[in-house]
Design a protein around this ligand. Structure first.
Ligand code: UN1
Length: 497
C-alpha cells in the first residue's frame, strides 16, 4: 500500500512544499511501516505562511474573544469524537502505548475546553487613577504572528498548549511540528479547521529545524517564539530571539527525581517510579530518571522495583498487552546505549536491562529493555544528564535533607516527587525542591493543563505553559487612561496641594 501523502496548511489550503521535496514519517515500532510522506519545507514556504498569518491577524484580533472560544470549544468536541483514531495515528508515528496516546489527545481536549472558557475571561485590571475624573485600566492585547516549534514526545498535547492560548488571545500562528511526528499536529489542526477556524489563523509548515525552523525564528514579522525541546536547541533559539527582541518561551530538559523516604508506602512508590520512569519509554521531559531512596528501605525498594521492571512487556504500542513501546528513532536509541555504557564505566551497578531488544519480531523497531542502575550517586553522569530513554538510576541516601540536595544538584529543574507519610517532611520538601513542579506521593509525570507547567534553571527561561501563564505569554499589557475632566491634568505634578 502506497504511503499517504500529506501537505502543509497555509491560508486554509493544503499545499506542497514549493520545491516539491518530501520526507518519510516512519513507525518507530517497525521502520518498514511508512506512516506518511510529508513536505520538506524551506524558507519560501515559511515566508508564505507568515505572510498569510499576518493578514489573518488583522481580522482575527477583531473577532470577539467569546466567538474565538466557541470555535475552540467545537474543536474540543471534535477531538473527543476522533480521540481513538487520533490516538492510533499517534501510536503509529510516535510509538508510545495506546493508553498514553489516548492521554495525549485527552490533554489537547482538556486544554481546548479550558482555553475556550478564557474567551469570556481574558481579564485585565481596572485601578484608580491618581487624578480626579480620570479612568485607568490595563488590558491584554495579542502579539501578532507567533512561531511555534514543537517536539515529538507529546505531538498533540504540546502543540495544543501553544495553539489554543495563542489563538484565544487573538494571535495567529505558524507551527513547525517535529519531523518524527508530523501527523498528530496535523490531526489537531484539522480538527480546528473543521470546527470553523478561519483560514490563515493556524498554519503548519512541516520539515526540519535548519531549513524550516530557523527561518521561522528569524522572520521579522514573527512577534514571538514558543519552543519545546532540548536545552541545546533552546539556547540557540533564545539567543536568536534575543537579538530581535522577541519574547521567547523555552520549555526544555529535565533530570527529575523521585525521593522515597523510610516512612513511605514503598509499594506505592514503586508503582509511581515505574510509571514515572518507564512511561513514554522514559521520553518525557518530566520522566523520573533518578530515584533517591532512603537507606532504611533501599534494599526492599530495589529488589521489588527490579523484579517489576523485568516483568514489563515491551513491544508495539498498538498491542494493548504491552506496557512500553519503542524509542522514537535510531539517534535516541544510540543515546540510551551510550549512557548505559557511561553508567557501567562510572561504577553504577546494572541491575536489569541494558540492551536493545531485537528478538520476538522487534528487530525492525527501536526497542530497549527497561534498565535500572543501582548504587548510583548524584554526581555520576547517568544521574546528571538527560537520557530520554528507559533508564533509571537508584541513588541511596541518608536523609531527606541529603535527598533534596541530590535532587537539586543538577542543571535542570522541571519536576520532583517525594513519597512520605510525614506531613512535616512533605512540607519541607515542597519548600526546598528547586523545581517548577513538585508532587507528594505521586510520580514526576502527569501535570494537569490548568496549572503552570515549566521549570527552573536549564529547563526554562521563566515562562510557563498551562494555566494562566500561557495567556501571559501570548498577550502583552496595554495601559489605557481616559481623562473625562475636560481640562489638562498632569500626573505627578497636579498633586492637589
Ligand atoms: C513533556 O514531557 O514534554 O506532566 C510533557 C506530564 C505530561 C506532559 C509532559 N502531562 O508528564
Amino acid at each position: 500500500m502506497a504511503a499517504k501523502v500529506y501537505k502543509n496548511l497555509i491560508g486554509g489550503e493544503w499545499v506542497e512544499s514549493r520545491f516539491g521535496q518530501t520526507f518519510e514519517n516512519q513507525n518507530p515500532a517497525n521502520t518498514k511501516d511508512i506512516v506518511g510522506i510529508f513536505p520538506k519545507s524551506n524558507k519560501d514556504d515559511v515566508n508564505q505562511a507568515v505572510e498569510v498569518a499576518a493578514t489573518a491577524f488583522e481580522r482575527w484580533r477583531l473577532t470577539p474573544a467569546p466567538r474565538r472560544g466557541e470555535i475552540i470549544y467545537r474543536c474540543a468536541q471534535i477531538l473527543q469524537e476522533r480521540k481513538e483514531d487520533y490516538a492510533r495515528d499517534m501510536t503509529r508515528e510516535m510509538g508510545k502505548v495506546l493508553k498514553e496516546t489516548r492521554g495525549d489527545v485527552q490533554e489537547a481536549i482538556d486544554t481546548a475546553f479550558y482555553m475556550a472558557g478564557e474567551g469570556r475571561r481574558l481579564d485585565g485590571h481596572t485601578v484608580p487613577s491618581e487624578l480626579p475624573n480620570k479612568f485607568a485600566m490595563a488590558v491584554r492585547v495579542p502579539l501578532g504572528v507567533v512561531g511555534m516549534i514543537t517536539p515529538w514526545n507529546f505531538p498533540m498535547a504540546i502543540p495544543s498548549w501553544k495553539i489554543f492560548p495563542a489563538i484565544i488571545s487573538g494571535n495567529t500562528c505558524v507551527i513547525k511540528p517535529a519531523e518524527d511526528t508530523p501527523l498528530s499536529t496535523l490531526n489537531l489542526v484539522r480538527a480546528l479547521m473543521d470546527a470553523g477556524l478561519p483560514p490563515g489563523v493556524v498554519n503548519i509548515v512541516h520539515g526540519y529545524g535548519p531549513e524550516a525552523g530557523a527561518p521561522l525564528l528569524e522572520h521579522p514579522d514573527v512577534r514571538a517564539i514558543s519552543f519545546t525541546g532540548s536545552s541545546e536547541v533552546g539556547r540557540i533559539i533564545g539567543q536568536a530571539a534575543a537579538r530581535n527582541f522577541k519574547p521567547c518561551s523555552l520549555e526544555m530538559g529535565g533530570k527529575n527525581a523521585i525521593i522515597v523516604l523510610n516512612d513511605a508506602n514503598v509499594d506505592l512508590a514503586i508503582d509511581g517510579a515505574l510509571w514515572g520512569g518507564f512511561g513514554t519509554t522514559g521520553q518525557r521531559c518530566t520522566a523520573a530518571s533518578r530515584v533517591i531512596v532512603e537507606k532504611g528501605v533501599y534494599n526492599q525498594f530495589a529488589d521489588k522495583f527490579v523484579s517489576r521492571a523485568k516483568a514489563m512487556k515491551v513491544g508495539a504500542g498498538i498491542d494493548e498487552q504491552n506496557d512500553m513501546g519503542p524509542q522514537i528513532n535510531q539517534q535516541q536509541i544510540e543515546t540510551t546505549q551510550k549512557y548505559v555504557e557511561i553508567g557501567k564505566s562510572e561504577g553504577a551497578k546494572l541491575l536489569t536491562g541494558g540492551n536493545r531488544i531485537t528478538a520476538g519480531g522487534l528487530g525492525e523497531g527501536f526497542f530497549w529493555e527497561p534498565t535500572v542502575f543501582g548504587d548510583a550517586h548524584g554526581k555520576m553522569r547517568v544521574a546528571q544528564e538527560e537520557i530520554f530513554g528507559p533508564v533509571i538510576s537508584l541513588i541511596p541516601t541518608d536523609s531527606l535533607e541529603q535527598a533534596v540536595e541530590i535532587s537539586n544538584g543538577v542543571a535542570y529543574g522541571l519536576s520532583s516527587a517525594v513519597y512520605t507519610r510525614d506531613v512535616n517532611k512533605a512540607f519541607k520538601a515542597m519548600r526546598d525542591l528547586q523545581t517548577g513542579i513538585t508532587y507528594i506521593n505521586a510520580p514526576t509525570i502527569g501535570a494537569e493543563v490548568h496549572l503552570p507547567f515549566g521549570g527552573t534553571k536549564a529547563t526554562g527561561n521563566g515562562h510557563r505553559e498551562g494555566g494562566i501563564g500561557a495567556i501571559d505569554f501570548y498577550t502583552q499589557w496595554k495601559a489605557i487612561y481616559v481623562d473625562y475632566s475636560d481640562r489638562l491634568q498632569r500626573a505627578q505634578i497636579d498633586t492637589g496641594e
